[in-house]
Design a protein around this ligand. Structure first.
Ligand code: 13P
Ligand code: SF4
Length: 366
């Protein structure tokens, strides 16, 4: 077993010695050979060298919708991160297979909440607040977290539908536990008029709830965050506004609330793309999100002055793990009939996680 893995690793490392042109030509040919049996999707943060092959690209919501609606592809190559591929596996039919070109492409935010911590948190919170609590998880979470949420009557949200779904969830229960991204949770709750004093913070490592004294808690946030979006600051926005008074600043809703409050708009990757497409020619727009996407927006919108909110911030290193060699290797494995890097969610976890995802898809249609 160890010898087989070692051989596979050695075989893979050769892909970094091969000319990119050869890999591009081979992927194109294999895609043509597989026809509709293969669906290759890419998240907006993927590199151009990967995105060029995508049959569809999208934000997390669109990629989940595609997975739920496509019943023809036998093999789905998912160029994104692990939780997205898990979501696709849950939403596709049993006979459809989902592959992640590099299984190490995780999401550090999704890893900030595990099912043991959530079980502990749930016990502590229900003991303190009673059981009129609805759990709501950001799609950037493991399948096990989604399953817990599905089993407890809750729902999944993405940054593209957070307001709509949280509005629904706030009507279902007195308290709402939002995990794992405290920033998306806080930005959404405040935008919906929940007072800051009614928002508490659950410290997962310490199993401790922080809230204002005597607070009438409506929303409890898990203390997770995205290390890419933590890098954007109010000072960066102020610096650009001082230099370019007419500039528009748009940021992903995973940014801290102070940053979102200073920006002209905030939303999902799709919202950011739409904002730029709809802006009049000549508009200068600074974008606070993964730099792979911002770079592409700069190239695709030459009539606008699109720029980085923080040119020094990193692209998401986890999204970046998927590259041309990993994609070429995955395609070669598929062509050879090998199920390499297939992502599968255990049936019982998938059953409950699907409940929370289906609820989201249903509410997003409304
Ligand atoms: P979107 O759903 O907005 O594409 O965001 C996914 C993500 O991981 C942002 O960091
Ligand atoms: Fe996760 Fe942040 Fe990367 Fe998005 S940008 S996949 S939230 S680590």
């Amino acid at each position: 077993m160890i010898l087989t893995e070692l051989k596979q690793k050695q075989a893979f490392s050769r892909y970094y010695d091969e000319a990119p042109e050869a890999q591009i030509a081979r992927i194109q040919q294999l895609k043509a050979d597989m026809g509709p049996d293969l669906l290759l999707v890419a998240h907006h943060y993927q590199k151009d060298e990967v995105v060029q092959f995508a049959d569809a690209r999208g934000d997390s919501l669109k990629l989940a919708q595609i997975a739920a609606e496509n019943h023809t592809a036998k093999q789905i190559v998912f160029c994104g991160v692990h939780f997205m591929a898990e979501t696709a596996d849950i939403l596709t039919r049993d006979e459809q297979r989902v592959y992640l070109p590099d299984p190490m492409a995780g999401c550090s935010m999704a890893d900030m909440a595990n099912a043991y911590q959530l079980t502990d948190a749930w016990q502590a919170l229900t003991a303190r607040l009673g059981d009129d609590i609805i759990p709501v998880t950001y799609v950037n979470s493991t399948a096990a977290i989604k399953a817990f949420v599905g089993q407890h009557g809750g729902v999944v949200v993405t940054s593209g539908n957070a307001r709509q779904i949280v509005t629904w969830a706030l009507r279902q229960a007195k308290h709402l536990l939002f995990l794992p991204d405290q920033h998306l949770g806080r930005n959404t709750a405040l935008a919906l008029g929940v007072p800051a004093s009614a928002i508490g913070l659950w410290h997962a490592q310490e199993a401790r709830l922080d809230s204002a004294p005597g607070a009438d808690l409506r929303v409890i946030l898990w203390d997770g965050y995205c290390s890419v979006h933590q890098q954007f600051t109010v000072a960066q926005i102020a610096g650009l506004r001082a230099k370019y008074p007419a500039i528009k600043v748009i940021v992903h809703s995973e940014c801290q609330h102070a940053v979102v409050a200073e920006a002209d708009a905030a939303g999902s990757t799709r919202d950011l793309i739409d904002y730029i497409h709809q802006a009049p020619a000549g508009t200068r727009i600074a974008v606070g999100t993964d730099n792979n996407l911002v770079g592409r927006l700069m190239r695709e919108n030459p009539d606008k002055k699109v720029m980085y909110l923080n040119p020094m911030s990193c692209a998401c290193i986890l999204m970046n793990r998927i590259d041309l060699p990993h994609l070429a290797w995955t395609m070669d494995q598929l062509a050879a009939g090998r199920q390499a890097n297939q992502i599968t969610v255990a049936p019982d976890t998938a059953k409950w996680a699907k409940k929370a995802l289906d609820r989201m898809l249903e509410l997003s249609r409304a």
